[in-house]
Write a protein that binds this ligand. Structure first.
Ligand code: EPZ
Length: 418
């Protein structure tokens, strides 16, 4: 296992290029199962989770060739409809093959993803939607089986906006008989990216990015040639890195219109945020102001940025309150931040963060993807040395994070540990 060693105190400065969005590339790769022929995706981030979904596509019978950030996929022959437990347990987004497989082949057998560090993360809404479209759903020894001669359109209301559920059913509906309406749908930018790619394949999706998405089924789809959108969460993470180190960083490729809540909160914390054609420039404040943050589905404050902001707010000149309203257990980074000398108290869904003058470097342990980013950010500002272990969590969602931070002036390195 590797660890990342950071000597804190350097102000970051310079330009960093954002990679393609993990949470858009994953559903886009699953969408290739909807059509035979040669798909081509560019700006695909080189991450562990991406490798995992490419392995899954190969297990299902697709031909996969990747070259840097470009991936070619030929899904002419989908020989299997089973997404195995060993793979799904390492990457729950594998459930996004469910909709495409049932839509194109009439059958899917996908391992239930099981629990996750940040919460139960059930897929009941995915399954309820597929059943409404005529799929027969059964549970069999930890697997969900979905069968349908031909899916038909339906009007589906999501009890809670679900990104994966909206994506799975949007993909399934593209080949269904008739029209499907998804109500109370998730509005995340990655949904819009997927809808744009599906329409480029010949689908008829409208309303993506709003809470009502309408999909008119078509007979067949063509392969896509598509460039993945920039990763707004990676961009937001670098913006917080500039803020927490009182640095001056241009986050190139950041799409400001996907980051409104994050930009607004950074400005409220005292950072200067300038938008230009190349991306977003953040100048960190000498003094960080405390914030009230409530995570909620897009366009609200993204839950995927909660841990990163908490790292910054441990150094604010006052008390911040952070409410995590999307996942039930997404405060795993609190104990580790406390090891660095922060003053945080959890009260139900809220974390009360009393700012301290200085974080003190120490060994800490990553528990999930965004928690690991939070610990790296805290290490950038802590005195002496911070060592973040179990960084395989980090590598799931950040491409060469330590190299990008090093180029911005951080004193950071990855160390091989047996
Ligand atoms: C996506 O997960 C992202 N992952 C997550 O990013 C992100 O945190 C999340 O959306 C919310 O924005 C990918 O896109 C691969 P949800 P997803 O379904 O689709 C409940 C990261 O750090 N729910 O929108 O799994 C669920 O328990 C990751 O990059 C049901 O109850 O999230 C949660 O409380 C972490 N039943 C809430 O909805 C369902 O059938 C939102 O989950 C589905 C979801």
């Amino acid at each position: 296992m590797n660890k990342i060693v950071i000597r804190g105190g350097n102000k970051l400065s310079g330009r960093v290029q954002v990679s393609g969005a993990k949470n858009s590339a994953l559903p886009l790769l699953c969408a290739t199962l909807l059509a035979g022929g040669e798909h081509r995706l560019s700006n695909v981030p080189q991450l562990r989770d991406i490798k995992t979904v490419l392995q899954l596509l190969e297990i299902l019978g697709a031909k996969v060739e990747s070259d840097g950030d470009t991936v070619a996929i030929n899904a002419d022959k989908v020989a299997s409809v089973e997404a195995p437990y060993d793979l799904v347990k390492t990457m729950r987004a594998s459930v996004l093959v469910l909709g495409p497989l049932v839509a194109r082949l009439g059958h899917a057998r996908v391992s239930l993803p099981g629990g996750c560090a940040i919460g139960a993360r059930p897929i009941d809404l995915h399954l309820k939607g597929l059943a409404a479209m005529g799929a027969e759903i059964s549970l069999d020894h930890g697997y969900v089986e979905a069968r349908a001669e031909k899916l038909h359109g339906a009007t589906i209301y999501f009890d809670t906006p679900t990104v994966g559920g909206t994506e799975n059913l949007m993909m399934a509906a593209t080949l269904a008989e008739g029209t499907t309406v998804l109500e109370n749908a998730a509005c995340e930018p990655e949904i819009v990216d997927l809808a744009t790619a599906l329409n480029a394949m010949g689908a008829k999706v409208s309303g993506a990015g709003t809470d009502t998405v309408t999909i008119e089924g078509v007979e067949a789809l063509q392969p896509m040639d598509y460039r993945v959108m920039a990763d707004r969460i990676e961009a937001g993470t670098f913006m917080v890195a500039a803020a927490i180190t009182a640095g001056d960083v241009l986050v190139s490729g950041a799409e400001a219109d996907c980051l409104e809540a994050v930009i607004s909160k950074l400005r409220e914390a005292g950072a200067e945020v300038e938008l230009d054609d190349d991306g977003v420039r953040v100048k960190g404040p000498d003094e960080i102001s405390p914030l009230q943050i409530k995570t909620s589905p897009h366009p609200g404050f993204p839950t995927d940025m909660q841990a990163q902001f908490m790292a910054m707010l441990t150094l604010a000149n006052g008390t911040s309150v952070i409410a995590e309203n999307v996942f039930e257990n997404r405060f795993m980074h609190v104990c580790e931040l406390q090891r660095l000398g922060s003053n945080i108290r959890i009260d139900g869904k809220q974390a009360i963060v009393e700012g301290v003058d200085q974080l003190l470097g120490a060994p800490v342990m990553a528990t999930d993807l965004r928690a690991s980013a939070s610990l790296v950010l805290a290490g950038l500002a802590a005195d002496n040395t911070t060592e973040v272990s179990r960084i395989y969590h980090l590598d799931r969602g950040y491409e060469r994070l330590e190299e990008k931070l090093l180029a911005l002036g951080a004193d950071i390195r990855r160390v091989q540990v047996d």
